[in-house]
Design a protein around this ligand. Structure first.
Ligand code: FA5
Length: 347
């Protein structure tokens, strides 16, 4: 019996050696080690042998099956490695194709990036830090720490996307007010541009995902006139001309007093169009003096420090600057729209 096992192993090894494909290997595996294979069949006859002999033959038979399986596995890996090497060998590009002619424009900045860069430049020149904060926030940073407690009606103004963890996609860049106050020693000044999200119906001027830039200045005895002066510098630098603005009282729980700074619609020149909802004005820049509760939540003493903040709608600013009549163009991915904004083309 032992001789028979040895013969079967030799046969199998020869076939493995000769095998030219994974299919041929699978056939050898089946013929010798498979359920109906020759070595398996031998194992099934062990019951006919005397107990002493059964032990020896059983062990020899199992060793033989292992030897055959190991050789098959080795050869299988060899075939697989070869297949991978063949694939890697095929060049993934055609080096004989002509190259892109020098000077051809291959891409362009998104209009929001262009406007964001120009806002950053203006503020950098005035000594502001440019910061980047999280798109996913906790309830505390987005609402509670900003003086908007759990059942406050102001939460309804900014419906959001909640995560199972209880965190949310930030509805505005204002959480950065708290984060920057915790991060930097006063006095300081900073802006933080970024993407924000709201669970809301889209129309010509409302998207569920859009960009804002928040600005903050913390010092002693800051006033509304400091804030308005900086806002005028910003808007005139962006539009490169005088802009007509109006200031209305605005309610935001994290500022007191709070304002809505509107600019005259540049799409229609104030005559009325879908962008300004036929009012001639576009709400662009809410702002105000930071509420003492927020200063305290940021870890500072409101009897020592005060500050102002603004939250500019960057996407709306880009609409005004380039006279874009529908906000949905921004995320359309339509190259006919995007290619109009050349890299570094806009200031
Ligand atoms: C806020 O988000 C406040 N955090 C702004 C703020 C900061 C006030 C600091 C005071 C002090 P509001 O929800 O109004 O406010 O949004 C700010 C700006 O974002 C708006 O003026 C508008 O330009 C823009 N905006 C708001 N909702 C949308 C939207 N769905 N799509 C596009 N732009 C929007």
């Amino acid at each position: 019996m032992i001789e028979e096992i040895k013969k079967l192993v030799e046969e199998a090894m020869e076939l493995i050696e000769k095998a030219q494909s994974l299919d041929e290997l699978a056939a050898v595996d089946l013929e010798y080690s498979g359920k109906k294979g020759k070595l398996t069949a031998l194992l099934k006859t062990l019951g006919l042998l005397a107990p002493d002999e059964r032990k020896i033959v059983g062990q020899a038979c199992n060793n033989a099956k292992n030897t055959v399986s190991e050789s098959i596995d080795k050869k299988r890996s060899y075939f697989n490695d070869q297949a991978i090497a063949r694939e890697l060998d095929v060049p993934s590009f055609d080096p004989t194709l002509p190259s892109i002619p020098p000077g051809t424009t291959t891409g362009s900045y998104h209009p929001v990036s262009v406007v964001q860069a120009s806002v950053e430049r203006v503020f950098e020149q005035m000594g502001f830090k440019i910061l980047d904060y999280y798109e996913a926030e906790s309830d505390w940073f987005n609402f509670e720490g900003l003086n908007i407690p759990k059942d406050h009606p102001a939460r309804d103004m900014q419906d959001t996307f909640w995560m199972k963890s209880g965190n949310l996609l930030r509805t505005h860049t204002s959480p950065g007010q708290l984060r920057s106050m915790k991060e930097f020693e006063p006095p300081f000044r900073a802006i933080f541009p970024g993407r924000v999200f709201r669970y809301e119906r889209t129309d010509a001027s409302h998207e569920h995902t859009f960009h804002q830039v928040e600005g903050i200045m913390i010092d002693k005895n800051l006033s509304v006139s400091n804030l308005i002066a900086i806002m005028k510098i910003l808007l005139e630098a962006i539009f490169e001309r005088e802009v007509t603005i109006r200031l209305r009282p605005g309610y935001f729980p994290f500022v007191e007093p709070g304002f809505e700074l509107d600019i005259q619609c540049m799409t229609c020149g104030g005559g009325g169009c879908p962008v300004c909802k036929h009012s001639g004005w576009v709400e662009l820049l809410p702002c105000g003096l930071i509420h003492p509760n927020v200063i305290r939540a940021g870890g500072l003493d409101p009897t020592q420090w005060n500050g102002w903040a603004f939250g500019l709608g960057l996407t709306r600013l880009a609409m005004m600057k380039y006279k874009i009549n529908h906000i949905t163009h921004f995320m359309s991915g339509d190259l006919r729209f995007l290619s109009q904004f050349k890299a570094g083309g806009a200031k």
